[in-house]
Design a protein around this ligand. Structure first.
Ligand code: PLP
Length: 693
């Protein structure tokens, strides 16, 4: 898709002179032979026309501006997309009309309109923070359209303040400022002359410094409203003649391409030089360029919008760009994006730690912040080993893990992954050799069979003298095969570990924060692990952060070793430990989740996925269908054709990334029923059409 060329015209306030500015600029562009048009995405205060249609006052005004040019296609050059009668804010007008406005839909229609001309002037409604719906405002639309912004400022008392606040908001969004147009919106009294002249001087100076230069001053011309068309036209010609600097700025304003490579270049450079997860490098795999995320949707460069079935690998539990998290991120970025954690502390880390301790299973009272899930697992491993050193139990150096597990890609974490699918054979030289227990055979949704624990118990009893800890993903084994096992297994494991002096480490990096229907999957068994790793949804999918929650007994022993030669310090300390940005966002993400009806949502998703995926059970090549919480899995007998399926899903408007023998869904908790149905029908259709083979 071509990038838009043109600008977004917004105001420092309502009645700041946007429509006159747009009309004058449109005329100026057409006078110099440019192929330009003006679009009003949302017009409120429409006039009732004949046959029930709504007439848009701004487009009528622009038509007046163009009249003197005698263009044959003048009418085609102005449009108002969504029209409402009441003269109020778009969100109210839409609500009254039983309609809805979304940035996605408006962006799409603006882009469509813009494809019909070389330059498009898109005029907002009111100022930057005018709401479009309960969550989005004009600023979101400007951000999505990625156009430079022209700010119309009504020259009146208070306009310096309004203009500077608007500029600050625009800059905070990283929007490129074309400049300002200062409009005299009334004749003004002679007493006001000094004030209005001062406004010009101050805004010219401040605008220059802020990258929003004052490009034009438009006088108040009563003839714009003259009943005589020639007089009216002369007034428009006068305004248009004042637009030369704006036209120049527009012509030389960087298009999106000046900041970013062209879409084709992004994909070809990516293919040649940028590595993707579990992929070859030269050439790289087929990928799609994502340009924005919103709620439960991913927007691609070509304009398509995909319903997300993956929550970006478990992270975006509540969907994308949650306002509270974005706000926390911005506020923290303004204050202190990062500071070292050695010797210093800060409120975002401490308040997050307080929240996690309060929520976690009992006994986990010490928090270690790390960078990613894998690093959290490394930290947990080191804690287990250092604990035994501190106890003086030097033989207890091994760890046990479950077959079918996945704990991350760093060496220690990898050593705990399934020894076959975890690719141990590639890295044997560096991987510590761990003890593997069979994957728990007892399904989550069947009665527990005690025989399923016998062999595990036998091995643990036998190996206990050399075992420091058992590391498990509680209830759901994720990337190792999306297997759901019975809580009784976990309960028995906890009891046995206590008896045999083995620590129990729960890797809740994927299962934490509600995905299985409980805040932490360990809750299904009512157990407390000795160490718990958190990550992924901890920051609501905004950025990377992990936390290792540790039982007090472990922290105390490590801090006060029973053996003299062992230091009383835990030997780990990442550079970006407890990064304030990440901690602030995580604090907001935790609150956001807890303040939402997440349990209800997860139950709703569970029922919907179960119903939607059931039909896959009898499809060729399918070996199982299972659903737990907001996770739905279709397991196949042989590995699926990931490439085929991925393409098929994108073509069908959904983002689902299968792996190995599973096609699985993990949508954000806020996903609407219709979107859940879109996901499950795409999966059904893919199996029906044998895309997996
Ligand atoms: N542990 C589990 C259970 C996971 O699912 C993952 C990632 O998928 C990790 C650890 C590793 O986390 P990260 O990819 O953030 O290193």
């Amino acid at each position: 898709m071509n990038a838009l060329r043109g600008c977004f015209i917004t105001g420092s306030d309502t009645d700041a002179g946007k429509t006159v500015t747009t009309g004058a600029l449109l005329r100026a562009l057409l006078e110099q032979g440019s192929d330009a048009r003006a679009v009003k995405p949302v017009q409120t205060g429409c006039l009732p026309g004949k046959k029930g249609q709504l007439l848009a006052p701004d487009t009528l005004r622009w038509q007046e501006a163009l009249r003197g040019l005698h263009l044959r296609d003048a009418e085609r050059r102005t449009s108002a997309l969504r029209r409402f009668l009441p003269a109020c804010s778009p969100h109210l007008a839409a609500r009254d009309a039983g309609a809805s406005l979304t940035v996605t839909e408006l962006t799409r229609s603006c882009r469509q309109e813009a494809s019909q001309a070389s330059f498009t002037l898109i005029e907002g409604a009111g100022g930057v923070y005018v709401p479009l719906n309960e969550q989005e405002d004009m600023l979101d639309l400007m951000t999505a359209l990625e156009l430079p912004v022209l700010l119309a400022v009504g020259n009146k008392l208070g306009c310096i303040n309004h203009a500077l606040l608007a500029i600050e908001a625009l800059k905070a969004r990283g929007l490129h400022g074309l400049g300002m147009v200062l409009c005299r919106i009334s004749r003004g009294t002679s007493d006001e002359a000094e004030l209005l002249a001062d406004n010009v001087a101050v805004l010219a100076r401040r605008g220059e410094a802020l990258g929003f230069p004052l490009l034009a001053e438009l006088p108040f011309l009563p003839n714009l409203n003259s009943p005589h068309t020639e007089m009216q036209d002369a007034a428009w010609a006068e305004l248009s003649s004042r637009m030369s600097k704006v036209v120049r700025a527009l012509n030389s304003s960087p298009t999106r391409e000046a900041h970013h490579p062209a879409p084709e270049d992004i994909l070809s450079f990516d293919r040649e030089h940028v590595w993707h997860p579990y992929a070859s490098a030269v050439p790289g795999p087929e990928v799609w360029e994502a340009v924005a995320t919103e709620g439960s949707r991913i927007h691609l460069r070509d304009g398509s919008v995909l319903v997300d079935g993956m929550s970006s690998w478990w992270c975006a539990a509540q969907g994308y760009r949650r306002p509270a998290m974005i706000r926390a991120l911005k506020e923290q970025a303004e204050r202190m994006p990062h500071v070292m954690f050695g010797g210093l502390t800060h409120a975002p880390a401490v308040t997050l730690a307080q929240k996690l301790i309060r929520l976690a299973p009992e006994g986990l009272t010490q928090v270690f912040f790390a960078d990613s899930g894998s690093v959290a697992v490394e930290v947990a491993i080191k804690l287990c080993l250092q604990y035994r050193q501190a106890e003086g139990k030097r033989k207890k150096t091994r760890l046990a893990a479950l077959r079918g597990a996945y704990h991350g890609d760093t060496c220690g974490a990898m050593s705990l992954c399934d020894p076959v699918t975890g690719m141990h054979h590639l890295f044997t030289a560096v991987l510590p050799r761990q003890l593997f227990l069979d994957r728990p055979s007892c399904r989550f949704d069947r009665p527990f069979d005690p025989a399923g624990f016998t062999e595990t118990e036998r091995i643990l009893r036998q190996e206990a003298p050399t075992l420091s800890a058992v590391v498990v993903e509680p209830i759901v084994q994720g990337a190792g095969g999306m297997w759901f096992y019975h809580p009784e297994y976990l309960r028995r494991l906890r009891r046995l570990c206590d008896e045999l002096d083995i620590l129990l480490v729960a890797d809740e990096i994927a299962t934490g924060f509600g995905r299985t229907g409980r805040l932490f999957a360990s809750e299904w068994a009512g157990i407390s692990p000795d160490i718990m790793c958190l990550g992924k949804a901890l920051t609501g999918g905004t950025m990377t952060l992990s936390a290792v929650l540790v039982g007090r007994h472990i922290a105390e022993r490590i801090s006060h070793p029973a053996v003299d030669a062992v230091p009383g310090l835990f030997m780990h300390g990442p550079t970006f430990m407890a990064n304030p940005l990440a901690c602030a966002v995580a604090g907001a993400a935790v609150d956001d989740l807890l303040n939402s009806p997440w349990q209800e949502n997860v139950r709703r998703i569970e029922a919907r996925l179960a119903r939607g995926l059931e039909a896959c059970r009898n499809m060729p090549g399918v070996s199982d269908v299972r659903v737990l919480g907001a996770i739905g899995v279709v397991e196949t007998q042989t590995p699926v054709n990931v490439e085929n399926l991925q393409k098929f899903f994108v073509q069908h408007g959904v983002w689902i990334r299968p792996f190995h023998r599973t096609v699985y869904l993990m949508p954000p908790f806020i996903t609407a029923d219709a979107d859940l149905d879109a996901l499950t029908s795409a999966v059904r259709l893919a199996f029906e059409q044998r895309m997996h083979l």
